[in-house]
Design a protein around this ligand. Structure first.
Ligand code: TYD
Ligand code: MG
Length: 464
C-alpha cells in the first residue's frame, strides 16, 4: 500500500522539514513552514527530466534556433541584450502593482505588430479586464491571442494549438498542476509548473515569459528555486507613488546581467525613458539647502540622482534617523565620520535622507553626496547647482575612488553639469571641470561657500 505522509515546507526558500518548526532551518525566516500532504508520485515529479542522449563533440551541437526575438520595446531590448532568446524562459518579477502585466501586454502587442503570433495566458484576470487594459494601451492588435487558463495541461495544449512565438503566463503563482498536491502558489506547485512549462519550450523556437510576484522584502513569493529553473530573471521595481519604473536583469544566461531599463508609468502604459537622469533631476529647486547630486551607477547605466537631507534639532534622547532609497547603516557610519573628521556633530538632531525619484542608492559612490547634503542641510547653506559629486567616504574621512568614474562623470557632463567634486585620483573627463580633494573636509569647503561650521546648536542653527 502507498503510504501518504505530510511534510512541512518553507514558503520563502522551499526547504522541507518532517515536523513543524517556528523557524525555517534553512533560511531562518519565522512562521514560514506550512504543512502539506506529500505522496511518493509528487516527490518523483520534482526531478528535472533530461532526455538521455549520447555525448557529442561541442562542434556537432546544433546552433540555437536563430536570432533572438526583438520585443520592439527599446528599454526592454536593452535589458534583454537584443530580445527574447528562442527556447528560453524569462521571469519578470516584481511587487504587485509595479506594472508587470502592463509591460507584458505592450510586449505582446509589439511582437504581434512585427508579424509574429503572441499568446497571453491570463490566470489572474478575466479576458474582459485584459481587453479593457489593452484598449488603454493601444494594444488591441491582430495576432495577439489570449486565453484564460490556469491548469498546466490546458496551457500546454493551448500553446501547441495556437503556435505562438512568444507566450506570456500571468502569473506563475496562479497556475497549478493537477498531479501535484497543494494549492496554486505553494512551493511544490510553483516549482512543478515552472519545470513543466520550461521544458515544454526548451527544444522549440518559441520564447516563454513568466510573471512572478515578489513579497515586500524582495524575495520571490514562495520559491527562490524558480530563479534557478528559468534562463533570465528580470526585476521590475518602482515606488507606487512615483511614475519611475526600473527594469533590471538579475540573471541572464545569454548576455550581460545588470543592465537597467528605465520606464515611466503613464495613462497609456509604460513609456521608455531614454534620458533617465534628465527626468530624475527635472523637479530640482534652486538654492535649497540639503541637496546634492550624485552620479549613481545602476547596473551599467549611469543615473544622476539628487540626494536630499533634512536636519532638525530635537530634545529627544535618541534622535531619529530616517532614510529613503539609501542604506541606514551607511548613514550611521557617515554621521560618525562627519562628527569625528569634519566636526559636524548631529547627535542632537533628527536626520532624514532621501534619494529622489524612488531610486535605491546601493553603492558607496553616493557617500560624498549624502555627507554634503547633510552639511548643507545642517548649515542652511545651499550648494551650487552646477556641481555634481562623486566619492566613497572612508572611516578616516578620506575620499576614495569609485568604480567606472569616467562613465558616471560623462553622464554629468552630458546633462550640463560644469563641475564635479571628486576624489584626488579621479580620471580626467572631457567637458567637466574636476575639483579634486583628498578628504571630506576639503570637499565640504568647496561645496559650501561658508565652509564648515565649528559647532551646531541643538536647534539646527549654526553657532556664530
Ligand atoms: P499592473 O500591470 O496591473 O501591475 P502588476 O501586473 O505588476 O501587478 O499595473 C497596475 C498599476 O499600473 C495600477 O496601479 C495602474 C497602473 N497603470 C497605469 O498607470 N497606466 C496604465 O495604462 C495601466 C494599464 C496601468
Ligand atoms: Mg498583474
Amino acid at each position: 500500500m502507498r503510504r501518504t505522509r505530510s511534510i512541512h515546507s518553507c514558503s520563502e526558500c522551499g526547504a522541507t522539514s518532517p515536523c513543524w518548526r517556528g523557524r525555517c532551518p534553512s533560511c531562518g525566516e519565522w512562521n514560514t513552514l506550512a504543512e502539506h500532504r506529500k505522496d511518493p508520485p509528487s516527490e518523483g515529479m520534482e526531478h528535472v527530466e533530461v532526455p538521455a542522449e549520447p555525448p557529442v563533440e561541442i562542434l556537432e551541437v546544433p546552433a540555437e534556433h536563430g536570432a533572438p526575438i526583438p520585443t520592439g520595446i527599446a528599454e526592454l531590448d536593452r535589458v534583454l541584450d537584443g530580445g527574447l532568446v528562442r527556447g528560453s524562459a524569462t521571469l519578470i518579477a516584481g511587487e504587485p502593482g509595479t506594472g508587470k502585466s502592463t509591460l507584458l501586454l505592450q510586449l505582446l502587442a509589439s511582437v504581434a505588430l512585427s508579424g509574429k503570433r503572441a499568446l497571453l495566458v491570463s490566470a489572474e484576470e478575466s479576458l474582459a479586464h485584459v481587453r479593457a487594459r489593452a484598449g488603454r494601451l493601444n494594444a488591441l492588435v491582430r495576432d495577439v491571442w489570449i486565453v484564460a487558463a490556469s491548469s498546466v495541461p490546458m496551457i500546454e495544449q493551448t500553446v501547441v494549438d495556437v503556435g505562438a512565438e512568444v507566450v506570456v503566463i500571468d502569473s506563475i503563482q496562479t497556475v497549478f498542476d493537477p498531479e501535484v498536491t497543494g494549492p496554486a502558489g505553494s512551493v511544490a506547485q510553483v516549482r512543478a509548473c515552472t519545470r513543466r512549462l520550461v521544458s515544454l519550450f526548451r527544444s522549440t523556437s518559441k520564447a516563454l515569459v513568466l510573471v512572478g510576484h515578489v513579497t515586500k522584502d524582495g524575495s520571490l513569493a514562495g520559491p527562490r528555486v524558480l530563479e534557478h529553473t528559468v534562463d533570465t530573471v528580470l526585476s521590475l521595481e518602482g515606488d507606487r507613488h512615483h511614475a519611475l519604473r526600473l527594469l533590471r536583469s538579475v540573471k541572464h544566461r545569454f548576455g550581460p546581467a545588470g543592465e537597467l531599463g528605465v520606464f515611466e508609468m503613464t495613462a497609456t502604459g509604460l513609456v521608455g525613458v531614454a534620458d533617465a537622469s534628465g527626468l530624475l533631476l527635472c523637479d530640482r529647486v534652486a538654492a535649497t539647502p540639503g541637496s546634492a547630486v550624485c552620479c549613481h551607477l545602476d547596473g551599467r547605466r549611469p543615473l544622476l540622482v539628487e540626494v536630499q537631507a533634512l536636519v532638525v534639532g530635537t530634545q529627544m534622547p535618541s534622535p531619529r534617523r530616517s532614510v529613503s532609497g539609501t542604506d541606514s547603516a551607511r548613514l550611521a557610519l557617515l554621521l560618525a565620520v562627519l562628527e569625528r573628521r569634519a566636526s559636524l556633530a548631529l547627535s542632537r538632531h533628527d536626520v532624514f535622507v532621501s534619494a529622489v525619484g524612488g531610486v535605491r542608492l546601493s553603492d558607496p559612490g553616493a557617500d560624498l553626496a549624502v555627507c554634503l547634503a547633510l552639511a548643507s542641510a545642517a548649515t542652511g547653506v545651499p550648494g551650487p547647482l552646477d556641481v555634481v559629486v562623486l566619492g566613497e567616504v572612508g572611516l578616516g574621512g578620506e575620499l576614495r575612488q569609485v568604480a567606472y568614474a569616467s562613465r558616471r562623470l560623462a553622464e554629468a557632463a552630458r546633462l550640463g553639469f560644469g563641475r564635479a567634486i571628486v576624489p584626488a585620483t579621479a580620471p580626467v573627463v572631457e567637458g567637466i571641470e574636476m575639483i579634486r580633494h583628498e578628504t571630506l573636509v576639503g570637499a565640504l569647503g568647496s561645496f559650501l561657500p561658508t565652509g564648515v561650521p565649528r559647532r551646531l546648536t541643538p536647534t539646527g542653527v549654526p553657532a556664530a
